[in-house]
Unconditional design. Structure first.
Length: 469
């Protein structure tokens, strides 16, 4: 490998690469490809998940499993529309698991071809910082040193499990997709996105499912009415919800089942426990201490508006840094980073206040902008428009599932500052509404928009009377 001339060497030949990315997740791959398109010499180092958490053990397999779980409801709903089944449908876990694995392998291949097609060098191994412009790549016990004008840290997050007796028996989201046997009795510990999603998924696939959360209500930070509505809908579907309680210990029984003791004295016997208790920045072994790059109070890597750490040649983005831990955020940050460092454009900060998101519990949640509670704190006066109803589909299906839709409006300007939905395909619908909220459209703009009939979506443009102020 060529040697570094100086820490600030300006000649391109001073380093092996203009950009070396550590981590081939969504943000890292996007930054690598876009930087390479400018003519930069780029390499990506990855030792585990080509495509990152999202592709391998996150968003993609989760959504596939969510689709699978929804069929349970669809089979029941079909009877009201005249469809008769000669025998009750049965679920085969191995088919879902193995088909998912095949799809992930296909996506891994696509990511590799995208990088190669962009002229990016893929380095298979674990990289760590050893200097402002140097990394050491470890592969099969062999170490190779590379130098780069800029180094981008994009290693994302890693599941975190709290310590308690038997905590080593709990699964994480990295493992739950590939279980050898389907758990007929399933317990989820946690109250965030991953917890409520997997509780819904395994319940839909047929598990007797429990969700344990130490707080009074899951999905902290979401609109309170959305949280309460989701709690009621998930309970109707059969998820056993336990709030204000935690796991005290887990033990293995002779049968192979798990005995879970709760802090309130209750005991549950289950086949698997998923600890969906959050993720922490995946900084282990990165060599941050070598350059005195210290983490913040939340364990994140501090960066400035140009994504630079305290060492200007070392950059970071995505789940390693403060901000929403969402794949689209990492992608957007990657585009910004390339604009700043390879197109020499002035920083144009991402608007983190109007980032839409979805939770793929059953029913789905879609949300963008401010919650009602946050809006009341920020504005002198607001108007809340909301409705909940049985969707047209369920007038024949016999299901008692309901939909919630809600708009939050700043009374002084008439601007819609928040939109929320709980219901089928909420994420798909809120993506379009997010454009309106991001653009700062008013309630009058919504009112003057002609609805599409008959759809649930038209409710967002036909809400005329405030529910409360």
């Amino acid at each position: 490998m060529s040697e570094t001339m100086s820490d600030t060497g300006s000649a391109k030949t001073a380093h092996d690469y203009d950009l070396l990315v550590i981590g081939a997740g969504s943000g890292g791959v996007r930054a690598a490809r876009m930087a390479a398109a400018t003519g930069a010499r780029v390499a990506v180092a990855e030792d585990r998940y080509l495509g990152g958490t999202c592709v391998n053990v996150g968003c993609v397999p989760k959504k596939l499993y969510s689709y699978a779980a929804h069929f349970h409801d669809s089979f029941d709903d079909a009877a009201g529309f005249g469809w008769q089944m000669s025998a009750p449908p049965t679920f085969d876990w191995a088919t879902l698991r193995d088909n998912k694995t095949s799809e992930i392998k296909r996506l891994n291949g696509i990511y590799q071809r995208m990088l190669e097609g962009a002229g990016v060098t893929l380095l298979n191994g674990r990289a760590r910082l050893v200097g402002p412009h140097q990394v050491v790549l470890t592969q099969e016990g062999q170490e190779t040193t590379y130098s780069a004008e800029k180094i981008l840290l994009a290693t994302g997050g890693w599941p975190w499990v709290p310590e308690f007796p038997g905590s080593e028996l709990a699964l994480t989201s990295n493992q739950v997709f590939d279980l050898e046997r389907f758990p007929e009795r399933f317990l989820v510990l946690g109250g965030g996105y991953i917890a409520v999603e997997f509780a819904s998924i395994f319940n839909g696939l047929g598990s007797d499912t429990h969700l344990i959360y130490r707080g009074e209500m899951f999905l902290k930070g979401f609109d309170q009415e959305v949280r309460e509505f989701t709690r009621a809908e998930m309970a109707k579907k059969g998820v056993n919800l336990h709030f204000g309680v935690n796991i005290a210990r887990i033990d293995t029984l002779e049968s192979g089942a798990l005995k879970v003791e709760l802090t309130n004295g209750d005991v549950l016997e289950v086949d698997a426990v998923l600890a969906a208790t959050g993720r922490k920045a995946n900084t282990a072994g990165l060599g941050l201490d070598t350059l005195q790059i210290e983490l913040d109070a939340d364990g994140k890597v501090p960066v400035d508006a140009q994504f630079q750490t305290r060492v200007p040649s070392v950059l970071a983005l995505g789940d390693l840094t403060a901000g929403p831990e969402l794949t689209p955020v990492a992608l957007a940050e990657a585009m910004q980073l390339v604009d700043i460092h390879f197109h020499q454009r002035a920083p144009r900060p991402l608007d983190y206040h109007t980032i839409p998101t979805a939770v793929f519990c059953h029913p789905n949640i879609g949300t963008v902008g401010l919650s009602e509670e946050a809006a009341r704190e920020q504005f002198d006066g607001i108007r809340v428009y909301r409705t909940d109803f049985k969707p047209m589909k369920h007038t024949l299906s016999g299901s008692d599932e309901r939909v919630l839709m809600k708009l939050i409006v700043d009374d002084a300007t008439d601007v819609v500052v928040g939109a929320h939905m709980v219901g089928e395909e909420a994420g798909e619908l809120i993506q379009g509404i997010a454009i309106a909220v991001r653009a700062g459209l008013t309630k009058e703009d919504f009112d003057r928009t002609v609805g599409i009939h008959p759809t649930a979506a038209e409710e967002f443009v036909t809400l005329r009377t405030p529910s409360r102020y």
